[in-house]
Structures are given as structure tokens and as C-alpha cells.
Design a protein around this ligand. Structure first.
Ligand code: MOS
Length: 736
């Protein structure tokens, strides 16, 4: 199905199943511990051996010598795979050749060996007997130190151009009567998902199956094939349940490749999970940024100049954190510029983490907007509303398909009690607590991607959906079931959803908050085909047959849907693909985040007291799972504001706090009551579902809303995340 004109009325609009706050259909499997995760596929894999990954102990340099003798002789050891005996690995699309390092070492904890043994404990014990001599090289580990010589990165699909300019920014900024020029920093962050990267690899002849934990099955299948130098059709990836990804599982990592190499070496299935301490340095992370923002405005608050520059670093050949992108679209202003620079750093690979670009970009921009509003003596909500735009500020002929940022902010202000906020910071005191409120805008683009599905109808009227789409904890199973049930006119319990298998049609996968809208649109397309086939079998005219209550009706004839499959199961397959509606219109999602924070006037301890998000993101397919996405993202945004930071040892070039004891994330006690409001909205320009995504919108702006609340409470501005008390304790107002 090609989607190239705005959606008219269609079966989804019935909203008998779609749009309802349905419980997750996979919930019982999760709560009973019976959802099969990658490392636990005892149901399908017999007699596996265990692989233990050894990470490099230097960040840059080479292995001078490696002595495996003692390890090989250790009890239970079956094989040790290193770069010396693995053969050359292909590059893949996502740096997969580097998933096994040696002799060159490019980052700390890059895998240099996998020890395969009968038990996990034996593999781990043997791994400790491997002796490696390194020739340590000189690495670059400090973004601030190399920033000024960082060049622009090449243009990229997701990142766009490194430099953008409209009008004359420099002149307009210089002439502006009110201006701000401030620099903000965000640290390296770890995905820190619950389920570590884990895989079981199984060879049957030259066919390889990997049970793994991966967001993008088709990318992974292609990369495994390229890495191992085998035909694509010989690779199967299976990933039906995923314990969190956040962008860290967009690509196959060392667990999958080393399990495959280990299994080949021992001619037996091999299971590999990355240990928690390996995850921070062996896999990817969100890279740190330094961001300079300049805003110039008239005295009555109209932005005349807005500039955003961002510096980040990555390994040679890597990519930037695209932190300036939202600034191209969020506020009006005739004179604008953005610049992205990319330094070479020898830290582990930087890559996508939930709302890559916008999440750290808005952490900076939305503090800057707050600072600017204060300079102007304006309420920060009114300042945002005054500078709202309904068109792409760089190309005014291009409108947003929907843009209700103003309504998000106004609704939020009303619901949160914003009128009780004191504009003068540090002026609300409750006992030992300084109390303040903060706001920030949320913005994240809506990305359209081809997505396919297959649907089957049997004579009992059961509908089975198959697609390689993944559910990374987001609720995909449920919204796909709702889509199929709505389109086929059956109740939810008549739908079976099978996901995450590369034998199924290729979906959009889970990433960039594109999963919900595109994957359900693909399922809708396949179901429309199935309706046609079913109507035809029943001798109905497909265009006027009605599908409802598990019946198909046409004229005065009504028959059970399952009857269509009497002569045998009906199978239909289709995909959604898009014309150029996303070029004609800017498609984005919007929100407002509101935070009340209290800061201990004596100790600087920060407690977030209340949080509210108001989102406008097209049709909400399931308000319950969508709310879960947003409140989870708000928790993550709070972590980003107050706690999360991979601390770099700049002498040796690694992330020191590489476990959940040292890498702090919020716990329940840190998070207060949260509220989420979705504006009633459909976006017929987005897809036949008229939906968008919320999974990343939810984190966008949260950090700045927390920061702005802390400022409003204390009058102390911190521009370097996370906002830990060491950064402001000595600046707190004197208290009696
Ligand atoms: Mo997302 S960071 O594209 O999984």
C-alpha cells in the first residue's frame, strides 16, 4: 500500500479496539517470567556451551602478545576465539568488524577474545588466565581539549548537514537589544537497559540462527551476514522479547558475533551475555556534547537571531550527536544558524540513545530559552508562545502537518497550576526546602519508514500477524493486535501476534520513535489485503463488505469471518510505503514538560516533586502503553538532569562507573507522581493510522524542565549536566 495522499476515513477510525487503554497482551508472559528472552531459550536450544567475552584493558594501542596456554588448559574449556583464529570480519553497516579487536585496540573493553566452556563459571575462570601484553598508545579522551580543532562531519541521513544558515545571524545577533550567549554541556550517558546484550548462536550446516536481543532485525541480519561473510539467506535472527534497548540494541554487538564465532569453533550452540561491567565500554553510548547557544530578541520578546553550535566526539569514522536539529524547527526567527562539529575521540563508540540529537539538544536549548525569557522579563511559556511557528522557519512554504505546541503549553500551565509559580527565583520557601517550577518544550520528529507484515486467517476466525517488528518493552505486541482486530472486525483475543523473527516480513523495526506508526500501518496494509481475499472467497464485493463482530456482511448476507478460510488458511502480505508527504510537510511531535522541584536549602539535595507532560503526537493507539512510554521517558529525563554521567578516566580513556552501582539512574523513591495528558489529535498526513510516536518525545525537554525548576527554586543556574549538588552548593542563597 502506498501512502501518498492524506488519509480519509478508514476502518481504524471506528476506534472499537484501537485507541483504547488495553492491557498488554504479552503482560502475563512478562509477569510470570515466561516470556522467552534471548539468554533463556532452553525451549529451542539444547546443550549450549557458554562464551565469556574478554575486553581489552587499554583504550588505544595494540596487543603485543597474548598467551592462551593456561586458559586453554583450564577445566571445561572448549575453544578460545581471538582475532588470530577468527578470520577477517567484514565491516557491516555498523562497525561490526571491530566487535573483535586485536592486534589493534581502538577502545577500552573492545572484545579481544571469547572463551567457550561447558559452564559459564568455567569460561569466566579460564578468561582470567589469559595473559595479554599491551603496547599502550596515546589516545584522545577529552572533548573539551580537542573541541576547537574538530571539523564538520560529513552530511548524514539522520543528522543532515553540518552547517545551516538563513538570513544574517551574525548581524542580527549583534544588533539585538536583548541577547544571550551561553554554553552548556551534557555528559556521556549509558543505555543501562535491564537486559544486557545477549545471544545464543546455533549453526545447522552453513545456516546460522541467532536468538538475540535486537531492535532492528533486518539491519542485524544483514550485518551478521556481512561480518561473517556468509549469504544473507543463511542468517536468521530471532528476538521476540527484549528487556530494553534505548538505541543500544539497534545493531548487533559483540555478544551476537562472538556467539556465532564461538559456536562455529565448538560445533555446538553457544550463549553469550555481556556482563554488566562490559556494557558501558564494550557497546555504544550517548556521546557528551558541548553546546553554545546564542539568542537575540527585540525588547518585546521576538526572536530575531538564533544560533546553536554543538561539539561531540567519536571514534575515527564515527558520527556526531546531532544536538542542533530541533533548533532548526522549534522557534521562529528570521536569522538562524546551526553548526555541528565532530572531534575524534578514542572512547567507546558514540551512537543513538533514546531521542538521539533532540534529547541532549533540548537539555541545552530549553535552558537557554528559560534564561532568555528571564532577561526579557517574560514568562517562559509566553516567550515560547510568542515565538511559535506553524511553518518550517528555514523554508516558510513548508508547513507542519500538525503543530500544537502552544496548546500543549497552555493546557499544561493550567493543569499544573503554573500561575502559582513565582517569577523571581529563590522566593518560595517551605521549611528547609526551596521550591520552584520549570517548564520546557518537547519536540521530536516523526519518521516514515517502509514496513511489512503478513496476516493469516484460519477457519476459527483467528487472525495471526507475523512481522519482524520488535517490542522492546514499548507495547508493540498490543498495538499491532489492536490494529489487526480493528481492521478485521474481530475482538482482541482473536488475534495472535508473532514478532522479532527475520523469517517474517521486514518491518521498520524499533527506533527513532517510528516503530508504532509505521509497524501498525504495515499491519493495516496487510489486513486490508486479507479483507479483500476473504471477501472474494465468500463471494462478496470487497469494497462494500463490512467486517465487524467476527462477521463479514454484505447487503443482507452475514457470515462468520472464519468461513472465508474453510477451504484453507488465507494468507495476505503487504507493506506500507510512503510518497513524499514528509517532504511536503514537516512532520513532528510536540509536548510540554512541567516540573516542580524542591532543593534543600542547607544540603542542596534535589527532590523532584511533581511532573506533568502534555503531548500532541497524532492518534494515540493505546493510551495505556503510550502513557507508560512517556512516564518512563520522564524518569529517564530526570536521570539525565540529575544523575546520569559516564565518568571518564581521561588518563586511561574509559568509563569508570561501568555498573549500576556507579552509574546512577533514578529509583522509585526519586520519582514522584507523574501525569501525562495526550491532546486529542489525528494526523492524516502521517499514515493511515493517523498516528505518530511518543517513545522519544517523552524524554525530550525533561532535563531542561528539571533544570529550570531547580533554577526557579534556588536562583542558581547550572549549565553542566548532571545537576549534582557539588556544582551549586556553594552558590545557594544564604539561609538562616
Ligand atoms: Mo532509538 S535511540 O533510535 O532506539
Amino acid at each position: 500500500m502506498k501512502f501518498d495522499t492524506p488519509a480519509g476515513t478508514n476502518p481504524i477510525d471506528q476506534l472499537k479496539v484501537v485507541g483504547r487503554p488495553t492491557d498488554r497482551i504479552d503482560g502475563p508472559l512478562k509477569t510470570t517470567g515466561t516470556a522467552p528472552y534471548a539468554y533463556e531459550r532452553h525451549d529451542v536450544v539444547q546443550n549450549p556451551a557458554y562464551g565469556y567475552v574478554v575486553g581489552a584493558a587499554i583504550a588505544k594501542g595494540r596487543i603485543a602478545s597474548i598467551d592462551l596456554a593456561d586458559a586453554k588448559a583450564a577445566p571445561g574449556v572448549l575453544a578460545i576465539v581471538t582475532a588470530e583464529n577468527a578470520g577477517t570480519l567484514g565491516k557491516g553497516n555498523f562497525n561490526t568488524a571491530k566487535l573483535l579487536g586485536g592486534p589493534e585496540i581502538e577502545h577500552y573493553h573492545q572484545a579481544i577474545a571469547v572463551v567457550v566452556a561447558e559452564t559459564f563459571e568455567q569460561a569466566r575462570a579460564a578468561a582470567s588466565l589469559i595473559k595479554v601484553d599491551y603496547a599502550r598508545g596515546k589516545g584522545r579522551f577529552d572533548l573539551a581539549a580537542v573541541k576547537d580543532s574538530a571539523p564538520p562531519p560529513p552530511p548524514s541521513e539522520f543528522g543532515g548537514k553540518p552547517d545551516t544558515a538563513v538570513g544574517d545571524f551574525a548581524a542580527a545577533f549583534a544588533a539585538a537589544p536583548v541577547k544571550l550567549d551561553a554554553t552548556y554541556t551534557t555528559p556521556d550517558q549509558s543505555h543501562a537497559m535491564m537486559e544486557p546484550h545477549a545471544s545464543i548462536a546455533l549453526w545447522e550446516g552453513d545456516k546460522l540462527t541467532i536468538y538475540t536481543s535486537n531492535q532492528m532485525i533486518n539491519w542485524g541480519k544483514g550485518d551478521v551476514a556481512k561480518t561473517l561473510g556468509i549469504p544473507r539467506e543463511n542468517v536468521r535472527l530471532v528476538s521476540p522479547y527484549i528487556g530494553g534497548g534505548f538505541g543500544g540494541k539497534l545493531f548487533v554487538r559483540a555478544d551476537a558475533v562472538l556467539a556465532a564465532l564461538g559456536a562455529k569453533a565448538v560445533r555446538r550452540p553457544v550463549k553469550v551475555a555481556l556482563t554488566r561491567p562490559l556494557m558501558a565500554n564494550n557497546t555504544t553510548h550517548r556521546p557528551a556534547t558541548i553546546q553554545r547557544i546564542r539568542i537575540g530578541a527585540t525588547r518585546d520578546g521576538k526572536i530575531t537571531a538564533i544560533g546553536h553550535e554543538s561539539w561531540s566526539g567519536d571514534l575515527p569514522g564515527g558520527g556526531p550527536e546531532t544536538a542542533v536539529n530541533q533548533t532548526r524547527l522549534l522557534y521562529a526567527g528570521a536569522n538562524r544558524m546551526t553548526a555541528t562539529r565532530l572531534a575524534v575521540l578514542d572512547l567507546p563508540e558514540g551512537n543513538a540513545l533514546r531521542a538521539p540529537g533532540e534529547a541532549p539538544g533540548l537539555m541545552a536549548l530549553e535552558i537557554a530559552i528559560d534564561e532568555m525569557a528571564e532577561k526579557l522579563g517574560m514568562d517562559p511559556i509566553e516567550f515560547r508562545i510568542l515565538n511559535d511557528t506553524q511553518v518550517d522557519p528555514e523554508q516558510p512554504s513548508r508547513r507542519f502537518s500538525q503543530r500544537r505546541l502552544v496548546e500543549c503549553l497552555r493546557t499544561g500551565a493550567e493543569r499544573f497550576g503554573w500561575n502559582r509559580r513565582q517569577a523571581k527565583p529563590g522566593s518560595v520557601r517551605e521549611g528547609r526546602w526551596l521550591v520552584g517550577m520549570g517548564v520546557a518544550a518537547a519536540f521530536r520528529n516523526n519518521l516514515l519508514t517502509k514496513s511489512a507484515a503478513r496476516v493469516r486467517l484460519d477457519r476459527q476466525g483467528m487472525v495471526t500477524v507475523e512481522t519482524d517488528m520488535t517490542d522492546i518493552g514499548t507495547g508493540t505486541y498490543t498495538i499491532i493486535a489492536q490494529t489487526a482486530a480493528e481492521t478485521m472486525g474481530v475482538p482482541l483475543d482473536k488475534v495472535v501476534v508473532r514478532l522479532g523473527d527475520s523469517d517474517f516480513p521486514v518491518s521498520c523495526g524499533s527506533g527513532g520513535q517510528w516503530g508504532a506508526n509505521n509497524s501498525t500501518s504495515g499491519v493495516y496494509a496487510a489486513c486490508m489485503k486479507l479483507r479483500e481475499a476473504a471477501a472474494q472467497r465468500l463471494g462478496f464485493n470487497a469494497t462494500d463488505a463490512a467486517f465487524a463482530d467476527s462477521q463479514v456482511r454484505s447487503g443482507n448476507r452475514s457470515v462468520p469471518l472464519g468461513d472465508a478460510a474453510r477451504g484453507g488458511e488465507i494468507v495476505a502480505e503487504d507493506f506500507i510505503e510512503y510518497g513524499d508527504l514528509d517532504k511536503q510537510y514537516q512532520q513532528s511531535t510536540f509536548g510540554g514538560h512541567f516540573v516542580e522541584a524542591a532543593v534543600d536549602a542547607y544540603t542542596g539535595e534535589i527532590r523532584v516533586r511533581r511532573m506533568l507532560a502534555v503531548c500532541a503526537a497524532g492518534r494515540i493507539l493505546n493510551p495505556k502503553s503510550a502513557r507508560s512510554q512517556v512516564i518512563g521517558a520522564m524518569v529517564m529525563g530526570t536521570g539525565a538532569a540529575l544523575m546520569e554521567e559516564l565518568a571518564i578516566d581521561k588518563r586511561f580513556g574509559f568509563f569508570v562507573n561501568h555498573d549500576l552501582a556507579g552509574y546512577e539512574v533514578p529509583v522509585h523513591a526519586d520519582i514522584p507522581h507523574q501525569e501525562v495528558i495526550f491532546l486529542e489529535e489525528t494526523d492524516p498526513i502521517s499514515s493511515p493510522m493517523k498516528a505518530k510516536g511518543v517513545g522519544e518525545l517523552g524524554i525530550c525537554g525533561v532535563g531542561a524542565a528539571v533544570a529550570n525548576a531547580v533554577y526557579n527554586a534556588t536562583g542558581v543556574r547550572v549549565r553542566d549536566y548532571p545537576i549534582t549538588l557539588d556544582k551549586f552548593l556553594d552558590r545557594l542563597p544564604a539561609v538562616a
